[in-house]
Write a protein that binds this ligand. Structure first.
Ligand SMILES: *[C@@H]1O[C@H](CO)[C@@H](O)[C@H](O)[C@H]1NC(C)=O
Ligand SMILES: *[C@@H]1O[C@H](CO)[C@@H](O)[C@H](O)[C@H]1NC(C)=O
Ligand SMILES: *[C@@H]1O[C@H](CO)[C@@H](O)[C@H](O)[C@H]1NC(C)=O
Length: 245
Protein backbone atom coordinates (compact mmCIF):
# COMPACT_ATOMS: atom_id res chain seq x y z
CA UNK A 1 0.00 0.00 0.00
CA UNK A 2 1.40 3.35 -0.99
CA UNK A 3 0.48 6.52 0.82
CA UNK A 4 0.29 9.92 -0.72
CA UNK A 5 2.85 12.44 0.37
CA UNK A 6 1.63 15.92 1.12
CA UNK A 7 3.34 18.43 -1.11
CA UNK A 8 3.71 21.66 0.76
CA UNK A 9 5.33 23.78 -1.90
CA UNK A 10 6.24 24.10 -5.49
CA UNK A 11 9.87 24.24 -6.56
CA UNK A 12 11.66 27.08 -4.84
CA UNK A 13 14.57 28.59 -6.69
CA UNK A 14 17.31 29.13 -4.14
CA UNK A 15 19.39 32.25 -4.26
CA UNK A 16 23.11 31.99 -4.80
CA UNK A 17 25.19 32.21 -1.63
CA UNK A 18 26.61 30.11 1.19
CA UNK A 19 23.44 29.93 3.27
CA UNK A 20 21.08 29.22 0.41
CA UNK A 21 20.82 25.47 0.91
CA UNK A 22 18.85 24.88 4.09
CA UNK A 23 15.98 22.70 5.25
CA UNK A 24 14.64 23.91 8.58
CA UNK A 25 10.89 23.36 8.29
CA UNK A 26 9.79 21.66 11.49
CA UNK A 27 10.84 20.79 15.04
CA UNK A 28 13.32 17.97 15.46
CA UNK A 29 11.54 15.92 18.14
CA UNK A 30 11.50 12.11 17.82
CA UNK A 31 8.58 10.64 15.91
CA UNK A 32 6.31 7.62 16.37
CA UNK A 33 4.72 5.46 13.66
CA UNK A 34 2.06 7.57 11.92
CA UNK A 35 3.57 10.94 12.91
CA UNK A 36 4.47 13.33 10.11
CA UNK A 37 8.03 14.09 9.16
CA UNK A 38 9.19 16.82 6.79
CA UNK A 39 11.76 16.49 4.05
CA UNK A 40 13.33 18.75 1.48
CA UNK A 41 14.18 17.40 -1.94
CA UNK A 42 16.90 19.35 -3.73
CA UNK A 43 17.76 19.50 -7.42
CA UNK A 44 21.21 20.55 -8.59
CA UNK A 45 20.01 23.14 -11.06
CA UNK A 46 22.12 26.30 -10.99
CA UNK A 47 21.02 27.84 -8.71
CA UNK A 48 19.57 24.83 -6.89
CA UNK A 49 15.88 24.20 -6.34
CA UNK A 50 14.06 22.61 -3.45
CA UNK A 51 10.64 21.20 -2.72
CA UNK A 52 9.26 20.40 0.74
CA UNK A 53 7.31 17.24 1.59
CA UNK A 54 5.55 15.82 4.59
CA UNK A 55 5.32 12.03 4.95
CA UNK A 56 4.02 9.79 7.74
CA UNK A 57 6.54 7.54 9.45
CA UNK A 58 6.30 3.95 8.20
CA UNK A 59 3.96 4.84 5.34
CA UNK A 60 5.46 3.97 1.95
CA UNK A 61 5.03 7.08 -0.18
CA UNK A 62 5.76 8.09 -3.74
CA UNK A 63 6.96 11.64 -4.20
CA UNK A 64 6.12 12.83 -7.69
CA UNK A 65 8.31 15.85 -8.30
CA UNK A 66 6.18 17.76 -10.78
CA UNK A 67 8.07 20.01 -13.12
CA UNK A 68 11.45 18.34 -12.60
CA UNK A 69 11.40 16.94 -16.12
CA UNK A 70 11.56 20.44 -17.58
CA UNK A 71 14.68 21.19 -15.54
CA UNK A 72 16.24 17.90 -16.65
CA UNK A 73 15.58 18.52 -20.33
CA UNK A 74 16.54 22.20 -20.18
CA UNK A 75 20.23 21.42 -20.13
CA UNK A 76 21.20 17.83 -20.84
CA UNK A 77 24.85 18.79 -21.17
CA UNK A 78 25.31 18.71 -17.42
CA UNK A 79 24.13 15.87 -15.16
CA UNK A 80 21.26 16.77 -12.84
CA UNK A 81 21.30 15.37 -9.29
CA UNK A 82 18.86 15.19 -6.44
CA UNK A 83 19.38 14.73 -2.71
CA UNK A 84 17.13 14.73 0.32
CA UNK A 85 17.37 16.40 3.72
CA UNK A 86 15.34 16.02 6.88
CA UNK A 87 14.46 19.19 8.79
CA UNK A 88 17.73 20.31 10.38
CA UNK A 89 19.74 23.37 11.20
CA UNK A 90 22.84 24.21 9.20
CA UNK A 91 23.51 23.80 5.54
CA UNK A 92 21.96 21.11 3.35
CA UNK A 93 24.62 20.41 0.73
CA UNK A 94 24.50 16.83 -0.50
CA UNK A 95 26.56 14.49 1.64
CA UNK A 96 30.09 13.76 0.46
CA UNK A 97 29.86 9.99 0.51
CA UNK A 98 33.59 9.47 -0.10
CA UNK A 99 34.24 11.24 3.19
CA UNK A 100 33.69 9.19 6.36
CA UNK A 101 33.85 12.32 8.54
CA UNK A 102 31.13 14.06 6.53
CA UNK A 103 28.97 10.92 6.66
CA UNK A 104 29.44 10.74 10.43
CA UNK A 105 28.71 14.45 10.99
CA UNK A 106 25.89 15.07 8.51
CA UNK A 107 24.61 11.62 7.48
CA UNK A 108 21.54 12.03 9.71
CA UNK A 109 20.64 15.33 8.01
CA UNK A 110 21.24 14.83 4.29
CA UNK A 111 21.56 12.02 1.76
CA UNK A 112 24.26 11.13 -0.74
CA UNK A 113 23.75 12.64 -4.19
CA UNK A 114 21.51 10.63 -6.51
CA UNK A 115 21.65 11.00 -10.28
CA UNK A 116 18.41 12.11 -11.93
CA UNK A 117 19.36 12.92 -15.52
CA UNK A 118 22.37 13.02 -17.79
CA UNK A 119 22.98 13.62 -21.48
CA UNK A 120 21.37 10.43 -22.77
CA UNK A 121 19.06 9.11 -20.04
CA UNK A 122 16.69 10.24 -17.31
CA UNK A 123 15.82 8.11 -14.28
CA UNK A 124 12.19 7.13 -13.80
CA UNK A 125 12.12 6.25 -10.15
CA UNK A 126 14.53 6.25 -7.23
CA UNK A 127 14.08 4.30 -4.03
CA UNK A 128 14.95 6.00 -0.79
CA UNK A 129 15.06 4.19 2.54
CA UNK A 130 14.82 6.50 5.57
CA UNK A 131 16.48 4.94 8.61
CA UNK A 132 15.14 6.08 11.97
CA UNK A 133 16.76 5.40 15.33
CA UNK A 134 14.31 5.89 18.19
CA UNK A 135 12.24 8.21 16.07
CA UNK A 136 15.03 10.41 14.70
CA UNK A 137 16.44 10.15 11.21
CA UNK A 138 19.80 8.39 11.50
CA UNK A 139 20.62 8.03 7.80
CA UNK A 140 19.26 7.89 4.27
CA UNK A 141 19.99 5.12 1.77
CA UNK A 142 19.35 5.31 -1.95
CA UNK A 143 18.50 1.77 -2.88
CA UNK A 144 18.46 1.30 -6.62
CA UNK A 145 19.69 -1.26 -9.08
CA UNK A 146 19.94 -1.76 -12.81
CA UNK A 147 18.68 -5.34 -12.80
CA UNK A 148 15.50 -4.16 -14.56
CA UNK A 149 17.10 -2.34 -17.49
CA UNK A 150 19.77 -2.53 -20.17
CA UNK A 151 23.27 -1.11 -19.52
CA UNK A 152 22.60 1.82 -21.86
CA UNK A 153 19.76 2.90 -19.55
CA UNK A 154 21.70 2.43 -16.33
CA UNK A 155 22.72 5.75 -14.73
CA UNK A 156 25.52 5.84 -12.16
CA UNK A 157 25.65 8.37 -9.32
CA UNK A 158 28.75 10.21 -8.27
CA UNK A 159 29.49 9.94 -4.55
CA UNK A 160 30.00 13.70 -4.25
CA UNK A 161 29.11 17.02 -5.87
CA UNK A 162 31.16 20.18 -5.83
CA UNK A 163 29.61 22.68 -3.41
CA UNK A 164 30.35 25.58 -5.77
CA UNK A 165 28.78 24.33 -8.98
CA UNK A 166 27.45 20.77 -8.39
CA UNK A 167 30.03 19.23 -10.71
CA UNK A 168 30.26 15.45 -10.19
CA UNK A 169 33.18 14.03 -8.28
CA UNK A 170 35.19 11.29 -9.94
CA UNK A 171 34.11 8.40 -7.70
CA UNK A 172 30.84 6.68 -8.58
CA UNK A 173 28.64 4.18 -6.73
CA UNK A 174 28.79 0.75 -8.30
CA UNK A 175 25.01 0.20 -8.33
CA UNK A 176 23.14 2.29 -10.89
CA UNK A 177 19.55 3.42 -11.37
CA UNK A 178 17.35 2.58 -14.39
CA UNK A 179 16.42 5.42 -16.69
CA UNK A 180 14.67 6.09 -19.95
CA UNK A 181 16.36 7.55 -23.00
CA UNK A 182 16.40 11.33 -23.14
CA UNK A 183 14.79 11.06 -26.61
CA UNK A 184 11.86 9.18 -25.10
CA UNK A 185 11.49 11.88 -22.43
CA UNK A 186 11.59 14.68 -24.97
CA UNK A 187 8.99 12.95 -27.14
CA UNK A 188 6.61 12.04 -24.30
CA UNK A 189 5.43 15.14 -22.46
CA UNK A 190 3.92 13.35 -19.46
CA UNK A 191 7.05 11.29 -18.82
CA UNK A 192 10.21 11.58 -16.80
CA UNK A 193 9.37 13.71 -13.81
CA UNK A 194 11.53 12.58 -10.93
CA UNK A 195 9.75 10.13 -8.64
CA UNK A 196 11.11 9.11 -5.27
CA UNK A 197 9.65 6.04 -3.58
CA UNK A 198 10.18 6.38 0.18
CA UNK A 199 10.17 3.48 2.65
CA UNK A 200 11.27 3.16 6.28
CA UNK A 201 13.59 1.11 8.43
CA UNK A 202 14.81 1.23 12.03
CA UNK A 203 12.79 2.13 15.13
CA UNK A 204 10.32 4.82 16.14
CA UNK A 205 10.43 6.78 19.41
CA UNK A 206 8.76 3.90 21.27
CA UNK A 207 11.29 1.42 19.92
CA UNK A 208 8.81 -0.13 17.48
CA UNK A 209 10.41 -1.63 14.39
CA UNK A 210 9.69 -0.01 11.03
CA UNK A 211 9.24 -2.59 8.30
CA UNK A 212 7.99 -0.81 5.18
CA UNK A 213 11.47 -0.95 3.63
CA UNK A 214 10.77 -4.67 3.18
CA UNK A 215 8.45 -3.71 0.31
CA UNK A 216 10.99 -1.56 -1.53
CA UNK A 217 11.43 -2.17 -5.20
CA UNK A 218 14.94 -3.57 -5.07
CA UNK A 219 13.45 -6.59 -3.32
CA UNK A 220 11.66 -7.41 -6.55
CA UNK A 221 13.43 -9.84 -8.85
CA UNK A 222 14.87 -8.58 -12.16
CA UNK A 223 12.02 -9.72 -14.47
CA UNK A 224 9.36 -8.25 -12.16
CA UNK A 225 11.29 -5.01 -12.03
CA UNK A 226 11.72 -4.83 -15.80
CA UNK A 227 8.00 -5.40 -16.34
CA UNK A 228 7.40 -2.70 -13.74
CA UNK A 229 9.52 -0.23 -15.73
CA UNK A 230 7.73 -1.19 -18.93
CA UNK A 231 4.37 -0.61 -17.26
CA UNK A 232 5.61 2.77 -16.13
CA UNK A 233 6.71 3.60 -19.66
CA UNK A 234 3.44 2.38 -21.24
CA UNK A 235 1.54 4.36 -18.64
CA UNK A 236 3.27 7.54 -19.73
CA UNK A 237 2.68 6.83 -23.42
CA UNK A 238 -1.00 6.17 -22.79
CA UNK A 239 -1.34 9.25 -20.61
CA UNK A 240 0.22 11.48 -23.21
CA UNK A 241 -1.90 9.93 -26.00
CA UNK A 242 -4.98 10.61 -23.90
CA UNK A 243 -3.82 14.21 -23.60
CA UNK A 244 -3.53 14.29 -27.39
CA UNK A 245 0.17 15.10 -27.21
C1 LIG B 1 24.33 23.99 -19.89
O1 LIG B 1 25.38 23.49 -19.06
C2 LIG B 1 26.69 23.77 -19.56
C3 LIG B 1 27.71 23.07 -18.69
O2 LIG B 1 27.67 23.52 -17.36
C4 LIG B 1 26.90 25.27 -19.61
O3 LIG B 1 28.18 25.56 -20.14
C5 LIG B 1 25.80 25.89 -20.49
O4 LIG B 1 25.90 27.28 -20.46
C6 LIG B 1 24.42 25.49 -20.02
N1 LIG B 1 23.41 25.97 -20.94
C7 LIG B 1 22.28 26.53 -20.54
C8 LIG B 1 21.33 26.95 -21.61
O5 LIG B 1 22.01 26.70 -19.35
C1 LIG C 1 35.34 15.69 5.04
O1 LIG C 1 34.21 16.18 5.74
C2 LIG C 1 34.52 17.04 6.83
C3 LIG C 1 33.24 17.35 7.56
O2 LIG C 1 32.22 17.83 6.71
C4 LIG C 1 35.24 18.29 6.29
O3 LIG C 1 35.57 19.16 7.35
C5 LIG C 1 36.48 17.85 5.54
O4 LIG C 1 37.10 18.98 4.95
C6 LIG C 1 36.15 16.84 4.46
N1 LIG C 1 37.35 16.32 3.85
C7 LIG C 1 37.56 16.32 2.54
C8 LIG C 1 38.84 15.71 2.09
O5 LIG C 1 36.75 16.77 1.75
C1 LIG D 1 33.37 23.75 -10.43
O1 LIG D 1 34.05 24.10 -9.23
C2 LIG D 1 35.31 23.47 -9.07
C3 LIG D 1 35.85 23.86 -7.72
O2 LIG D 1 35.05 23.26 -6.74
C4 LIG D 1 36.23 23.90 -10.22
O3 LIG D 1 37.46 23.22 -10.09
C5 LIG D 1 35.59 23.55 -11.55
O4 LIG D 1 36.36 24.05 -12.60
C6 LIG D 1 34.18 24.13 -11.64
N1 LIG D 1 33.56 23.63 -12.87
C7 LIG D 1 32.77 24.36 -13.65
C8 LIG D 1 32.19 23.68 -14.84
O5 LIG D 1 32.51 25.53 -13.39
Amino acid sequence: MTGTATVMSVWVLLSVGCDALTCYVDDLSPRAVGDSLWFCVFLSTRPARKMVFQIKVEEAAELDLQGSRDFALENLSQPLYTWVATSHTGSSEALDCRNATDMELRGHDVSCPQIYAHATAVTQLSNLVVNLREGRVSSFAWDNSCSGCSPSKCLKSSQSLSEENFTEGSQFFSKGTCGESADFCIGTPAACNLKVFVTWAGTDKHGRNLVSAGSRLSKLAGPTLSSFYNTLKDGYSQASKALGQ
